[in-house]
Structures are given as C-alpha cells and as structure tokens.
Design a protein around this ligand. Sequence first.
Ligand SMILES: CC(C)(COP(=O)(O)OP(=O)(O)OC[C@H]1O[C@@H](n2cnc3c(N)ncnc32)[C@H](O)[C@@H]1OP(=O)(O)O)[C@@H](O)C(=O)NCCC(=O)NCCS
Length: 191
Amino acid sequence: MASSFRSERLMYCGLEDTPRDKAFIHSILSDRTSSENATNYLVKPASSADVDSFMRGFREAFLGVLVCIPNPSAPQTPSIIGYVNLQHTTHPHHRSCTMSIRIVPAAQGRGYGSEAIKWVLEWGFLVAGLHRVSIGCFSFNEGARRLYERLGFVVEGRTREVAWKNGGWHDCIEMGMLEGEWREKYFKVEG
Ligand SMILES: CC(C)(COP(=O)(O)OP(=O)(O)OC[C@H]1O[C@@H](n2cnc3c(N)ncnc32)[C@H](O)[C@@H]1OP(=O)(O)O)[C@@H](O)C(=O)NCCC(=O)NCCS
C-alpha cells in the first residue's frame, strides 16, 4: 500500500482486497457505538458477507479512501485510522456528492478527522470539479455537528425522525458546502 495522496500528517490509500484491509473494515463494522453514531445501517455483529458488501459499496463510490498515518519504518504498511468517501447524491452532471467519514476511537479528537475532511473537500472541489458537498449527522451527535460547522458546512435542513436507534426516533441534520463557500474559506487568492 503506497500513496502520494497526502495532507500534513495523513495519507489516503485505496481499499485493497487484502486480509489487512478486510480486517480493518470488520473492526469498523464491529464498533457498535461509532456505527450507531455514524451510519443508518442496521447495527449487528459483522460477518464476512457484511464486509464484502461494505467493500463493494466503497469501491463503487465516487471516492473511497482509507485514512492512514504514514509509517516511516514500513512505508508499505501505514497505520489505518479511518475512511472517508464521497458518493453522488444525484446524476453526476450535477456535481453534488455526500461525504461519510469514520475515524477509529483510538485516533479521535486529535484533529485527524478535520484534516481528512479538508483534504477531501480540496480533492472534491479542485481535482474532481464538484459544485457541492453535503454531510449529515444525527441530532444527538452534537460533536460531529460542531465539527462540520467549524469546517464551514452550513445547516440546510433537518430530516425529522429518519432514524430508529436504541428504542427511539432521531432526526438527521443536513449540512452542505458550495464550491464558492469552500473557495472563500480555504482558497483565497492573495491580492
Ligand atoms: C466525527 C469524527 C469523524 C471526527 O474525527 P476526529 O478526528 O475525532 O475529529 P477532530 O479531532 O478533527 O475534531 C474534534 C471534534 O470532533 C468531534 N468529535 C470528537 N470525537 C468525537 C466522537 N467520538 N464522535 C463525534 N464527534 C467527535 C468534536 O466536535 C470535536 O470537537 P470539540 O472539541 O468541539 O468537541 C470521529 O470522531 C468519528 O468517526 N466519530 C465516530 C463516528 C461519528 O460520529 N461519525 C460522524 C458521523 S456524522
């Protein structure tokens, strides 16, 4: 596994059909708390079929990469700490994608999620020519909402009672960033 796709502390690698990458996806799917917070899947003990199905979806995404910390003593095996992906929300010519991100609990709260989101936004707007990127979080996930607002996402709406989790209904906060907003915040040309 090697990659020239880098940000300050992180590198971004394609998902491979290897025991190592499969084990990582299995561990992600088996993390009940993060899965409840982050996904609308039916959270249950993960099987190899679930891993295969996740990997298939990931490969079909517009962008699907593992978030890794480079390992200078073993450059071919960086430490995998999460994933991030972009999927089209509608027909590709509208250039609109939605983002999903997970950082493993041991690596959370150290700025890696922010760094990875900024990298994906730059890739999306500058490399892939997107016009908007959206992201959603459940109403109980105040930390994620704070983070996305800090990074420049704007709250656009609320899908009411869209998720059944642990015996109750929860809303989804829908957020988005337009290309022009990204340029204004991250890509100012010096005058
Ligand atoms: C949300 C997430 C991607 C952020 O990545 P991160 O590397 O932890 O984030 P950073 O260190 O860059 O930023 C820290 C901010 O992230 C948020 N955050 C940190 N840990 C979090 C957690 N376990 N769950 C949700 N948000 C968290 C907080 O807003 C925190 O800022 P604060 O100081 O204002 O509370 C990551 O914590 C995660 O994968 N959490 C579990 C799954 C999840 O909730 N995903 C979001 C789906 S919408």
